[in-house]
Design a protein around this ligand. Structure first.
Ligand SMILES: O=c1ccn([C@H]2C[C@H](O)[C@@H](COP(=O)(O)OP(=O)(O)OP(=O)(O)O)O2)c(=O)[nH]1
Ligand SMILES: [Mg+2]
Length: 149
């Protein structure tokens, strides 16, 4: 298992460090470090602090913030940026952009689990300029070029 440095920025998170809920979990739940309930009107987006900062410190890793399926599917609470990407050199607070894409108001309770984070491998590439590519089967085809269904 990979070890990542974490800072507790909100004392309420001190005994809630990110942890996998089950041995096979991919996601680590993030909580809304709010002082009071926050009502999100339909269409509204708010940036919610998590009370945690991580420093991944390895360019071969990143974290991604994703919606929780229950909140997204049942209540329309997803992410304003669709997916959050946490760079390995970011040391600030993990923030969750919460977007109510639904048609009813939703109230986020303080310390509610509002999103989840996964740690993923990353390949950093350098780019070599060329005039022509080695031929591939696909070539320039894209955007449905292989047909539908
Ligand atoms: O949902 C998110 C997305 C990003 N971040 C933090 C970590 C990330 O490393 C940093 C920058 O994110 P990104 O590169 O996606 O945003 P940007 O708009 O390009 O900002 P910057 O110019 O700071 O890179 O913001 C979060 O806390 N939550
Ligand atoms: Mg950026």
């Amino acid at each position: 298992m990979t070890t990542i440095d974490v800072k507790v920025l909100d004392a309420r998170m001190a005994d809630q460090l990110p942890a996998y809920a089950t041995p096979g979990s991919a996601g680590l739940d993030l909580r809304a470090c709010l002082d009071e309930p926050l009502e999100l009107a339909p269409g509204q987006t708010v940036l919610v602090p998590t009370g945690l900062a991580i420093h991944i410190g390895d360019a071969g890793l990143a974290a991604m913030i994703l919606p929780r399926s229950g909140l997204g599917h049942k209540h329309g609470i997803v992410l304003g940026n669709l997916v959050g990407l946490i760079d390995s050199d970011y040391q600030g607070q993990l923030m969750v952009s919460c977007w109510n894409r639904g048609s009813a108001a939703f109230t986020i309770a303080p310390m509610e689990r509002i999103a989840q984070m996964i740690i993923v491998p990353v390949v950093q590439a350098s780019f070599r300029r060329v005039e022509d590519f080695a031929a591939s089967e696909r070539g320039l085809g894209g955007f449905g070029s292989t047909g539908k269904g």
